[in-house]
Design a protein around this ligand. Sequence first.
Ligand code: THU
Length: 132
Amino acid sequence: MKNELIKLAIEAREKAYCPYSNFKVGAAILFEDGKIYTGCNIENASYGATNCAERTAIFNGVSKGNKIIKEMALIGDINGYTYPCGICRQVIAEFAESGDIKIYIVKNENDYIETTLDEILPGSFTKKDLNK
Ligand code: THU
């Protein structure tokens, strides 16, 4: 599954709409239905309306009826490692099966870092904190 996620994230990156930053990002996410949903960053002339690749992929999976992220891969800069932005970390936390989910930060098919949500978003605020 890891290799498939990495391959699909690399492919999704090519679909990026990023005429302002020229910074392509692709994400591939395995959800509880066993399928992988992908996404790219989609920029806008009104810069703040930009959507990151991770959120595009999450909204893709959730809009098909999913609510649980099991594993994911992300690729941005091919000369370095691109980690999810703060907003995306929060949105990943909303749907992650647990803090242990694996996140692959990909440079290319043979070069990636394996991390977890807990590692990149310690002390997260999520639904578990509400209604106490
Ligand atoms: N970007 C992502 O797609 N994901 C991230 O986690 C970091 C930033 C995109 C947004 C924008 O289109 C470009 O990268 C430069 O910030």
